[in-house]
Design a protein around this ligand. Structure first.
Ligand SMILES: Nc1ncnc2c1ncn2[C@@H]1O[C@H](COP(=O)(O)OP(=O)(O)OP(=O)(O)O)[C@@H](O)[C@H]1O
Ligand SMILES: [Mg+2]
Ligand SMILES: [Mg+2]
Length: 480
């Protein structure tokens, strides 16, 4: 439900984890399976006397994202020091942007609560370095001690800040899904890696101060934390307790948020320009980066509708993930595009979701073969679903299955026409009561006869076709 009194704005930290090296040093970004503190060097550990060297590719990726989010790219961009003391950042300041971020004033289209397309404005996109990761012994508010892992320290981060345009937890989630989708299209980001996206959610009720729920890493977590906050803030208001500007933590296990600090305790970060990095004229880079921008989800969706003459809903579903979109096009080139759209969007995606399997585990060749069998009438639609399910259920087995093999092994080949006709004749003879009912005007009685045909052919007849044949047979025998 769109909530008129709810105001939400997000700050999304996106790790540019497809880069090979960190933002200011040559350390590898592939630390996810490595032991703690093995991907570090004097620069990302912030040892005295070291100097940052900017990763050009990171700047290029940042411009790519800012352009895709329709931001104005700033002519010159500058880094600042944000000073704070916390063990996740050994040099006691974070190199980030403040004035002159890479991009200002963009937008993302999402599906709003009312089902209509809705524009969420992007305030800015800026670059910064990721701090290290604290691992708390127990929960953050009660831990006896914490351990620190600097593998993540110095990774390239983007912060994408929205205007407070979101009106419900669900809209916040659609925004995050859409953002992730765009980032994956841009090939700068792998959302499956741990810590790839971390979100600060700001939420207030009209006329009240905002609470900022820090550092949630799943979209579902954000949705739940925001729902909890709405209830909490409303109930406080009813009791006459005013919301103060504060930072809160979401306790995922307990499903609640707890206060961490209020505005009075807020840090003064003493931002000042980073003296070890010069301002960059990025305006000159823009034409080249723009020319290399790939097709984005909204554009792909429009093209799918016009190139393949498929329904907009199908196009939307197929483009909501780059891997699905690519799979669709690979199959559609070799099969009927409309039929392909229906089977991928309405059937395959559901079966994959149910099993939590990604589409690249399914073979393009297999999908083409299944669609071919449907079109030639070799299998029924029901049989095709069975084939898809069986293939998915045997992923990773030593003896993987293929469509023809499943059809053979499960006897899914559609019954020969003669066999169906034979079954129809027999069914009409046997179901004399249903036949009499049908003839006296009860049209639904035909379903019983069709059911008998399906039973006799062990489900290998096409139900529509069986229905047509039963009617023909009833007419023929009625005339006699
Ligand atoms: N009344 C409000 N209710 C909910 N969200 C708000 C409200 N006013 C602003 N916001 C949101 O709060 C966020 C402010 O983020 P911003 O990065 O500009 O500042 P910050 O949170 O003060 O700084 P920091 O980066 O240190 O957390 C934006 O996403 C904005 O949309
Ligand atoms: Mg911020
Ligand atoms: Mg903030």
């Amino acid at each position: 439900m769109a909530e008129k009194d709810v105001i939400i704005g997000l700050e999304v930290h996106v790790q540019l984890n497809k880069l090979n090296s960190k933002l200011f040093c040559g350390c590898s970004t592939k630390y996810h399976d490595a032991p703690p503190n093995t991907h570090t060097c004097p620069v990302c550990l912030g040892l005295p006397g070291t100097l940052p060297v900017l990763n050009r590719r990171a700047v290029e990726y940042a411009i790519r994202v800012a352009l895709a989010l329709k931001c104005d790219i700033q002519g010159e961009t500058l880094f600042y020091r944000k000073n704070y003391y916390y063990p996740d950042l050994p040099k006691a300041f974070q190199i980030t942007q403040y004035d002159f971020p890479v991009g200002l004033g963009g937008k993302i289209l999402i599906k709003g609560e009312d089902g209509e397309e809705k524009t969420i404005r992007i305030t800015r996109v800026h670059m910064e370095e990721d701090p290290g990761r604290l691992v708390h012994a127990g929960t953050i508010d009660r831990a006896k001690y914490s351990m620190v892992d600097y593998n993540r320290c110095g990774m390239s981060l983007l912060e994408v800040v929205t205007e407070p345009d979101l009106r419900s937890p669900k809209e916040a989630r659609s925004f995050l899904d859409k953002l992730r989708n765009i980032l994956e299209y841009l090939d700068v980001f792998d959302g499956d890696l741990e810590g790839a996206m971390r979100i600060d959610s700001n939420i207030s009720l009209v006329g009240g101060e905002r609470a900022e729920v820090k550092n949630i890493s799943s979209h579902k977590g954000v949705e739940k934390a925001l729902a909890y906050e709405i209830t909490r803030q409303r109930s406080a208001r009813r009791r006459g307790v005013a919301q103060v500007q504060e930072t809160r933590h979401y306790d995922e296990l307990r499903g609640i948020t707890v206060t961490i600090r209020t505005k009075e305790e807020a840090h003064d970060y003493r931002y000042f320009p980073e003296p070890d990095l010069v301002p960059m004229r990025i305006a000159d880079w823009v034409p080249r980066v723009e020319a290399e921008l790939p097709e984005l989800p909204d554009a792909k969706r429009e093209r799918f509708v016009s190139d393949y003459a498929i329904a907009d809903d199908h196009a939307k579903s197929l483009t909501s993930e780059i891997r699905v979109a690519n799979f669709y096009e690979d199959v559609a080139k070799r099969a009927t595009p409309r039929l392909t759209a229906v089977w991928i969007a309405d059937v395959l995606k559901g079966e994959l979701n149910y099993r939590d399997v990604t589409i690249d585990r399914f073979r393009v060749d297999d999908m083409v073969e299944i669609l071919d069998m449907i079109e030639k009438g070799t299998i029924t639609e029901k049989g095709a679903v069975e084939v898809i399910r069986t293939i998915l259920d045997h992923l990773g087995d030593p003896s993987e299955v293929d469509p023809a093999g499943v059809v053979e092994a499960k006897g899914l080949a559609r019954a020969e026409d003669d066999a169906v006709k034979e079954a129809v004749r027999a069914a009409v003879k046997e179901c004399s009561q249903a036949v009499a009912d049908y003839r006296s005007g009860n049209e639904k009685a035909i379903n019983f006869i069709v059911g008998m045909v399906m039973k006799k052919t062990r489900g290998r007849a096409d139900p529509g076709e069986a229905n047509r044949l039963v009617k023909e047979e009833l007419e023929r025998t009625g005339r006699a």
